[in-house]
Structure formats: C-alpha cells, structure tokens
Design a protein around this ligand. Sequence first.
Ligand SMILES: *[C@@H]1O[C@H](CO)[C@@H](O)[C@H](O)[C@H]1NC(C)=O
Ligand SMILES: *[C@@H]1O[C@H](CO)[C@@H](O)[C@H](O)[C@H]1NC(C)=O
Ligand SMILES: *[C@@H]1O[C@H](CO)[C@@H](O)[C@H](O)[C@H]1NC(C)=O
Ligand SMILES: *[C@@H]1O[C@H](CO)[C@@H](O)[C@H](O)[C@H]1NC(C)=O
Length: 384
Amino acid sequence: MHGVSPAASVFLSVFMLIQSTVEALQVIGGNVTVVQGGTANFPCQLIGATETLSQISWQKKTREKPQNNNFFTILKTGPQFVNGNGDDGRFKFIGDLKAKNGSLQLFRVTLMDEGTYTCIFTLFPSGIHKTEIPLNVLVPPVTILKDDHPILGNEEVSLVTCTAAGSKPPAAISWLTGALTGKVRESTTSTLNANSTTTTISSLLGVPTRELDGQLVKCVVTSAAMTMEETLPFTIQVYFSPMEVTILETSEGSFICEAEANPPANITWSRIDLPWPQSAVREDAVLRLKEMTPDLNGLYQCEASNQHGSKQQQLRVYVASGNCTACWVLFSLLFILIVAAVAAAGYLYKSGRIQWSGDRQPVPTNSSPPEEGQVLQDSSLMGR
Ligand SMILES: *[C@@H]1O[C@H](CO)[C@@H](O)[C@H](O)[C@H]1NC(C)=O
Ligand SMILES: *[C@@H]1O[C@H](CO)[C@@H](O)[C@H](O)[C@H]1NC(C)=O
Ligand SMILES: *[C@@H]1O[C@H](CO)[C@@H](O)[C@H](O)[C@H]1NC(C)=O
Ligand SMILES: *[C@@H]1O[C@H](CO)[C@@H](O)[C@H](O)[C@H]1NC(C)=O
C-alpha cells in the first residue's frame, strides 16, 4: 500500500468486501487426507446464499465403487441414506441445514474409501451448487525384518532383508550400519501394488566373515503415513559348521566335548567298532567312565554337528589290568600333559594310556593299541 493514503486504503477494503459478497454464492469444500483407520471430516459450507435451501446431498466415487453414486441426503426431516448406500454406520452428518453447513464425517477409513466426495446444495429457485472433495488415504507400511541366514564364506550375500509392505505413499528404507559402515552395502527395490500401495524391499549385502557376526545393524523405515520413523534392530549372525572340536577332562574320568558352531552343535559320543561299554555313560556332550576296567579300552569318537556340517574328534582309552588306583592317577596326569601339548603345538600326542587324536581326521581304527613296553615305561615315569 505504499503511496496510498489511509483514507484510500479504507475505501479499497470496503470496496473489495462488497465485491466479494456480491460474487460469493459458493460452496467451500476442501481436500481431505487421512491415515487408514482414522476419521475423515469432509467440510462443506454454502456461503453467500439468500435463497431457500431445500436439501443437501452427497455423492461419492471411490475405489470400491468407481461409478458416481448418491448415498446421503439431508432434508428438513433429517439425514437419510439413499438406497442403503454407505449405510454401514460409518457416516455421520455433523453439519447444520439451517446454517447451510453440509459437513460429513467418516469413521474407520479404509483404502477402498479413497475417491471423490461431492457435496451438493439444492437451492430454490437457482438450483444446484456443489463442490468436489478429494479423499486421500494414507496407508502405513507393514514392516518385516528377515534373517537371510548367511553362511560363513568369502562371497557377497544378502545378510538381512527389511520389507515395508503396502505403504501409501511409498516408504523409504535406510540402514544404520554402525561398525560395519563401508563393509556392507544396501540394495533396494520397490513394487507398485494393484491397490496403489508400494512395497519396498531393502537388503543389506556383505561378505559373511566372522567379523560380521554379532554386529548390530538397524533398518529405518519412514513414511508420510507414519507419525514417526520405525527402527528395527538386528544382530547379524553368520552361521557355520562346527570348527575345531576339543575334548577336555572336567574331572576324573569325565570328558566334555566342545566345538564352536552356529547354530550350536549337537554333540554325539560313540565308540568305534565296538559296542558301548557298560561302565561308560554318555550324556549330551559328556562322556563318563565310571570304573577303570579294561572293557573300556578302545577308541571313542565325539561328533559335533549342525545343519551346516559336522566334525569329529577321537579319544583313545587304555586301561591296564592290575593296580587301578595307580591307573587313575596315571590316566589323569597323562591327560593333562596331553592337553597342554595339544594346546601348545597342536600335534598328535601318543601315550601308553590315552591317545589323543588332535587331527581333524579320525584316527584309523586299525591303529594298534599301545605296546606293553611303553606302558611300563610310562609307569616308571610316574615313580611306580
Ligand atoms: C489434495 O491433497 C493431496 C495431498 O496433500 C494432494 O496430493 C492432492 O493433489 C490434493 N488434491 C487436490 C485436488 O487439491
Ligand atoms: C460446519 O460444521 C462443522 C462440524 O460441526 C464445523 O467444524 C464447521 O466449523 C462448520 N462450518 C462453519 C463455517 O461454521
Ligand atoms: C494392497 O496390496 C498389497 C499387495 O497385494 C497388500 O499386501 C496390502 O495388504 C493391500 N493394502 C490394502 C490397504 O488393501
Ligand atoms: C542331536 O542328535 C541326536 C542323536 O542323533 C538327535 O536325536 C537329535 O534330534 C539331534 N538334535 C538336534 C537339535 O539336531
């Protein structure tokens, strides 16, 4: 208003006001956006009319019924549904006929309700005055995180997949990769569904090394249909068949077989070539030799297995007949020595009493039992 005097300004305003009232017989509507499941308010107001209002009616054209149809009429006697159309208890007249307010409410909105709603005022004598109100329905995605079960290897595979299904408008997926940044990459695709929602799928790709195992990543899903972003955390698991199998003596005559594996290995003890002796017990990973009797002599095998593979380790037991208190002592001490030797150098250790098969390959079952002379030599070592 630069250069216009205050008096001129007042005059201008009054003039514009008059002009708008003269031109202004019109129906004010709007553009409605609602999240699926919510309530839609269709505003509709007739302004500038001095004629008699005989009725307000509503038409709709939706995904469910694409042809335009009359479904609601508001008369002086009150609102009523046309031919039962739309009469499922979800529509409610919230306007006021006297105030020329035709506003309508729709509860529990679904994607099928999306379309165009027309508010029509019938005046006497000028006739029909209407406005079209688009209803835009937003659908939040259904999010799913799926472990792609990467198996230890050196080629890039999909580690985990994040899906945001049936979103309108399309959802965006991103990953927070923390310590793995630069070691993994994302691959995202989206598909438009027939109902105009979009399904977005994003996979995190990487080389499934032990380094990736146990690392935390997060899938972040954002969509205009959600009030806040959704974060789905996931701990990467790299699966592998049993690695080194070790047999440890936990107490006198009790052995435990252990193997690192993912998922954890199932441990099975067996005896090579001979039936299971009465004086030995196997309970899951534990082998217990109850009494030191020569019937225990032989080769025992522990097998660790999971769905990705299996690995074995063997234990040779030799009990000499005779003074068995001494046998026990000898047995244990030798065992400790063996464990130390295996741990330090990882080579095959042979004793007169127990033969530890440190190699991954099963020891040939025809391997000869320790010779008598060797046993005597070991015994003399023990100061017998
Ligand atoms: C209504 O609003 C939606 C979302 O804000 C927009 O995409 C659409 O174009 C609008 N439609 C009209 C007719 O204004
Ligand atoms: C028409 O009615 C609705 C619902 O009661 C109300 O929110 C709206 O303000 C009314 N419009 C006018 C112009 O009074
Ligand atoms: C839309 O279509 C997709 C794919 O067919 C389906 O998964 C989804 O549930 C549908 N959404 C709605 C709101 O009907
Ligand atoms: C472990 O092995 C035993 C004996 O072969 C078998 O019965 C059992 O189903 C296995 N368990 C699993 C979890 O593989």
